[in-house]
Design a protein around this ligand. Structure first.
Ligand SMILES: Nc1nc2c(c(=O)[nH]1)N[C@H]1C(S)=C(S)[C@@H](COP(=O)(O)OP(=O)(O)OC[C@H]3O[C@@H](n4cnc5c(=O)[nH]c(N)nc54)[C@H](O)[C@@H]3O)O[C@H]1N2
Ligand SMILES: Nc1nc2c(c(=O)[nH]1)N[C@H]1C(S)=C(S)[C@@H](COP(=O)(O)OP(=O)(O)OC[C@H]3O[C@@H](n4cnc5c(=O)[nH]c(N)nc54)[C@H](O)[C@@H]3O)O[C@H]1N2
Ligand code: SF4
Ligand SMILES: [Mo]
Length: 727
C-alpha cells in the first residue's frame, strides 16, 4: 500500500455492508468516511448509523484478539498462551483426525450466527470432512419465511417498498427503526411522509409503530389468528384480486371455507385487536394495490406458529395480487455467478447420505425435505441454498454432546457467533460446550463462548479482508469490494483457517485458490470479471423482471410458479404430501399461567448494539448503559413497578436482571433486550464476562420436542414469565 492512499472498501458492522472510503497510512486505516459512489450507499443511512464511525476504534481495540491463543489452565480458567498459526492448525488438525477415527466425522459440529463473514468455506470444509452437523440460527431467522414462500410461490421473494408506487404497507413483527437503520428504514420514513396507509403489527409501540397510520398491538404469538381474520374479511367482502385468484391461485375455495370461523369478533377475542381495526386493516391492504407486507423476527420466532403464520401472510399477498409486481415483491432469480451452494460442495455431500442429526424428524429442514422441495424449484432450474436450509437443530447438537445420543458430538468450531448469548437455554449450552474434547473459536473478541475454548483464533474483520455479498445465492446480485489493509497483527480471514485446516486433513486438491480474494474472483468467473474489475463498481446486478409467471415457455405456455400445481399454492399440495396441514391453522398459542402470569418477548433489537456485539465500546455503553425490560404503564402499576427500577424477569428456565422502562404496549406482556454481557468483567469462570446477569437466553428454551416439526423453529416470543423487583 502507498502512503496516505484512499481505498474504496466496505463496512461490515451489520448485514448491509455500506461503501466506505478508507484513508490508509503505513498499512493502518487512519480515517473512514461514507462512499457516496457505491451500492448500497445512501447519505441518510450513513448519517443515521452510529456504527461506522467506530470502525477504526474496533480495528485496533485493546480487547481485540490479535494472535492465536491456546488454553493452558482448566477450561474456562482464563489462562492462555500465545502460539503460532502453524502450531494451532497442526494441533487442531491432529486432534480432529484422532476424534474422527474414534467417533466418525459427525462428531464435529460447527456454529454460525448472523451475517458477519463468508460461510461457504466452513461448509466446504464440513462437506469434505464428512459432517452434516453445522448449526446456526436459521430456524428462527429467515428460514421459516424462505421455506414457506418457496412452498407457496415456488421461490423466496424480496419485498419491495417504493414510496412512489406502493399503495399500502404492512410491517409485521419487524422494527427497522432499531434493527435496520439503513436503506429500509429510510424508505419507511419516506413512505410515511406520503400519508399512504402504513400498518404496523407489533405488541410494542416501537419507533416504527410511531410512523404508522394504524398500529395493531397484537397479543404475542396470536398473529396467525389476526392474519386469518384479515383473509376472512377480504374473502367475505370479495376484496381479493379476482383475476389473479382465478388464474393463478390453487385451492382458493378450500381456503374460503377454512376461513369461516375467523370472524373479526373472534379475532378480537384471541388477539386483542379490535374487530373494527381488523376490518379496517383488511380493507386498506386489499384496497390499495400495489401493497407490500414485510415480516421480521417477530414472526420467525413463534415456535410452532411461525410456519402457519408465514403461510397466512404469503396467502394474503397472493390473493390480493401482490406477487412479483413492482412495489410489492419480486421473485428473485438464480445468480449468473457461481452460487454458494456449489462452492459448499453441498450436493455431492448430500449424495453420500450423511448422518444428519434429526434426519427423519424434520419434514422440511432436512436433506429429505430439501430434496422434495428441490424437485419443485428445479422446474424453473433453481436451487435453494442447501447447508443453511439443512442445518442441524441446535438443541439436538447440545443433547448429542451431553448424552452421545444418537451419536457422540465431541468437538465444535464456532465461527462468527456467540452461542452462549444468542442460542436458547444458556445453561444447557454452557454445560454442553464444557463437555467437549475440543472447542475452537474464530473471533474478533474474547466473547463468553471464546472464554471456554481450547483455541481462540484471531479473525480479520471489517476492512481487513475483501468482501463479496451474494444473498446466499438466492438472487442475481453480488456486491462488495476490496480490503483496505492487510489484516493487523496475526489476524487472518476465516477462509484461511478452513483452507489450512482442510489441507492438514487431506483436502488439498479441493482448495485450489491461494487466497480468499482468489476464491472470490473464481466465483465471479462466469461473469467474465476479474476481482479488480468488479471492485471498481463493487456491484453486479440485472434489472428486475416482474410478472415472470406470465412469460411463455418454449411450447407457448405461461411458465407459472415452481410449485406442484404450477400456481401459487394457497392450498399446499406439498405440505399435504408430507403429512402436514395444507392450509394455515393455529397450533398451541402462548398461554400464561398462575406462576408465570405474563408473556415475554426475548429479542427486541436496539441501537447501537448488534446482538452480543459492540458491548466493548465505551461510547455505546455510555449512551445505552443498562439492559432494558419494557412494559405498559398499567402492567407496571399492577406489578408495583416504576420506570427505572431493577427487576428479575423469571421463566421456568432461569432468571435475569433488567431495568424497567414504560412504553405503550400490549398488557401483561414484557419485552427484554437480548445480547447483554459485560466485557470489562473477568474473562474466566464463573463470571465469564458477566454472562449470567442480564442474558435474555437464560430465560429461553430451544427444546427440540416442542419446536415446530417442519423446520424446527423454537420460541423466543410469547414465553410465560413473571417479573419482580430485585432486592
Ligand atoms: N441494532 C440491531 N440491529 C440488528 C440486530 C441487532 O441485534 N441489533 N440484529 C440483526 C438481525 S440478526 C436480524 S435477524 C434483524 C431482525 O430485525 P427485526 O425483525 O426488525 O428484529 P426485532 O427487533 O426482533 O423485531 C421484531 C419486532 O417484532 C416484535 N414482536 C415480538 N413478538 C411478536 C409477536 O408475537 N408478534 C408480532 N407481530 N410482533 C412481535 C418485537 O416487538 C419487535 O419490535 O435485525 C438485524 N439488525
Ligand atoms: N433471545 C433471543 N436470542 C436470539 C435472537 C432473539 O431475537 N432473541 N435472535 C437470533 C438471531 S435472529 C440471530 S441472527 C442471532 C445472532 O447471533 P450471533 O451471530 O451469534 O450474534 P453476534 O453477537 O452478532 O455474534 C457474532 C460474533 O461474531 C464475531 N465476528 C464478527 N465478524 C466476524 C468475522 O468476520 N469472523 C469471525 N470469526 N467472527 C466475527 C463478533 O465479534 C461476535 O462475537 O441471535 C439469535 N438469538
Ligand atoms: S448500516 Fe451502518 S453498520 Fe451497517 S454496513 Fe452500513 S455503515 Fe455499517
Ligand atoms: Mo438474525
Amino acid at each position: 500500500m502507498t502512503e496516505n492512499s484512499t481505498i474504496q472498501t466496505n463496512c461490515r458492522f451489520c448485514g448491509y455492508q455500506c461503501g466506505i472510503i478508507a484513508t490508509v497510512k503505513d498499512g493502518r486505516v487512519t480515517k473512514v468516511k461514507p462512499d457516496p459512489s457505491r451500492f448500497p450507499y445512501d447519505g441518510m443511512i450513513m448519517r443515521g448509523c452510529r456504527r461506522w464511525p467506530m470502525i477504526t476504534t474496533v480495528m485496533d481495540h485493546p480487547q481485540r484478539i490479535n494472535y492465536p491463543l491456546k488454553r493452558v489452565g482448566e477450561r474456562g480458567s482464563g489462562q492462555w498462551e500465545r502460539i503460532s498459526w502453524e502450531q494451532a492448525l497442526d494441533e487442531i488438525g491432529e486432534k480432529l483426525q484422532s476424534l474422527k477415527d474414534k467417533f466418525g466425522p459427525e462428531m464435529l459440529a460447527t456454529s454460525i450466527g448472523g451475517p458477519h463473514t463468508t460461510f461457504w468455506p466452513l461448509h466446504r470444509f464440513m462437506s469434505l470432512f464428512g459432517s452434516a452437523n453445522n448449526m446456526g440460527i436459521g430456524q428462527i431467522c429467515w428460514n421459516p419465511g424462505i421455506w414457506v414462500n418457496t412452498l407457496t410461490y415456488g421461490w423466496p421473494i424480496d419485498m419491495e417498498l417504493d414510496p412512489e408506487n406502493t399503495g399500502c404497507a404492512i410491517l409485521w413483527g419487524v422494527n427497522p427503526a432499531e434493527s435496520d437503520n439503513s436503506l429500509f428504514w429510510r424508505t419507511v420514513l419516506e413512505f410515511s411522509r406520503t400519508k399512504k396507509p402504513l400498518i404496523v403489527v407489533d405488541p410494542r409501540y416501537t419507533r416504527t409503530a410511531e410512523q404508522a397510520t394504524l398500529w395493531l398491538p397484537v397479543r404475542p404469538g396470536t398473529d396467525i389468528v389476526l392474519a386469518l381474520g384479515f383473509l376472512h374479511v377480504i374473502v367475505k367482502k370479495k376484496l381479493y384480486n379476482q383475476e389473479f385468484v382465478q388464474k393463478w391461485c390453487h385451492g382458493f375455495d378450500r381456503l374460503a371455507e377454512h376461513l369461516t370461523p375467523y370472524t373479526p369478533s373472534y379475532v378480537e377475542k384471541i388477539t386483542g385487536i379490535k374487530a373494527e381495526n381488523v376490518i379496517e386493516a383488511a380493507h386498506l391492504f386489499a384496497g390499495n394495490s400495489p401493497a407490500t407486507l414485510y415480516s421480521g423476527r417477530g414472526i420467525d420466532q413463534l415456535g410452532v406458529n411461525s410456519l402457519p403464520t408465514h403461510r397466512a401472510l404469503a396467502i394474503l399477498r397472493a390473493i390480493t395480487g401482490n406477487v412479483d409486481v413492482p412495489g410489492t415483491s419480486h421473485l428473485s432469480e438464480m445468480p449468473d455467478f457461481i452460487p454458494e451452494l456449489d462452492l459448499e460442495l453441498s450436493e455431492p455431500f448430500a449424495a453420500t447420505n450423511p448422518k444428519h442429526l434429526g434426519k427423519d424428524k424434520l419434514k422440511l429442514q432436512s436433506y429429505a425435505g430439501y430434496a422434495k422441495v428441490r424437485e419443485q424449484t428445479m422446474k424453473h432450474n433453481k436451487r435453494l441454498p442447501m447447508r443453511y436450509l439443512t442445518s442441524a437443530h441446535p438443541n439436538q447438537v447440545w443433547q448429542a454432546m451431553l448424552t452421545g445420543d444418537p451419536y457422540p458430538i465431541r468437538s465444535m468450531i464456532v465461527m462468527a457467533s456467540n452461542p452462549l448469548l444468542t442460542q436458547a437455554d444458556t445453561q444447557l449450552v454452557h454445560k454442553a460446550l464444557k463437555s467437549l474434547d475440543l472447542l475452537v473459536v474464530l473471533e474478533l473478541f474474547k466473547t463468553p463462548t471464546a472464554m471456554l475454548a481450547d483455541y481462540i483464533l484471531p479473525s480479520a474483520g471489517a476492512l481487513e479482508r475483501p468482501l463479496l455479498e451474494t444473498k446466499a445465492g438466492v438472487a442475481n446480485i453480488a456486491y462488495g469490494g476490496d480490503q483496505a489493509v492487510e489484516p493487523y497483527y496475526e489476524r487472518r480471514p476465516d477462509f484461511y483457517f478452513w483452507k489450512e485446516l482442510g489441507i492438514r486433513l487431506g483436502q488439498e486438491k479441493d482448495w485450489p485458490w491461494d487466497t480468499y480474494r482468489d476464491s472470490l474472483e473464481a466465483s465471479l468467473s462466469p461473469l467474465g470479471l476479474t476481482w479488480d474489475e468488479f471492485s471498481m463498481t463493487g456491484l453486479y446486478s440485472q434489472e428486475n423482471r416482474y410478472f415472470k409467471y406470465e412469460e411463455l415457455d418454449p411450447n407457448g405456455f405461461p411458465v407459472g410458479f415452481a410449485t406442484v400445481s404450477g400456481k401459487v399454492e394457497v392450498y399446499s399440495e406439498l405440505l399435504k404430501e408430507i403429512g402436514d396441514d395444507p392450509l394455515p391453522r393455529s397450533k398451541k398459542l402462548p398461554e400464561s399461567s398462575k406462576d408465570f402470569p405474563l408473556l415475554l418477548m426475548s429479542g427486541a433489537r436496539f441501537q447501537p448494539y448488534y446482538a452480543s456485539s459492540y458491548h466493548q465500546l465505551e461510547k455505546f455503553r455510555t449512551s445505552h448503559p443498562e439492559p432494558i425490560v419494557e412494559m405498559s404503564l398499567d402492567t407496571a402499576n399492577r406489578l408495583g413497578l416504576e420506570e427505572g427500577c431493577s427487576v428479575w424477569v423469571e421463566t421456568e428456565r432461569g432468571k435475569a436482571r433488567f431495568i424497567t422502562k414504560i412504553v405503550p404496549m400490549c398488557e401483561d406482556t414484557v419485552s427484554v433486550e437480548y445480547g447483554w454481557w459485560y466485557p470489562e468483567m473477568s474473562a474466566a469462570e464463573p463470571e465469564l464476562g458477566g454472562l449470567w446477569f442480564s442474558n435474555a437466553n437464560v430465560l429461553t428454551s430451544g427444546d427440540f420436542e416442542t419446536s415446530d416439526s417442519l423446520v424446527g423453529t423454537w420460541t423466543y416470543n410469547g414465553i410465560p414469565c413473571r417479573v419482580e423487583k430485585t432486592k
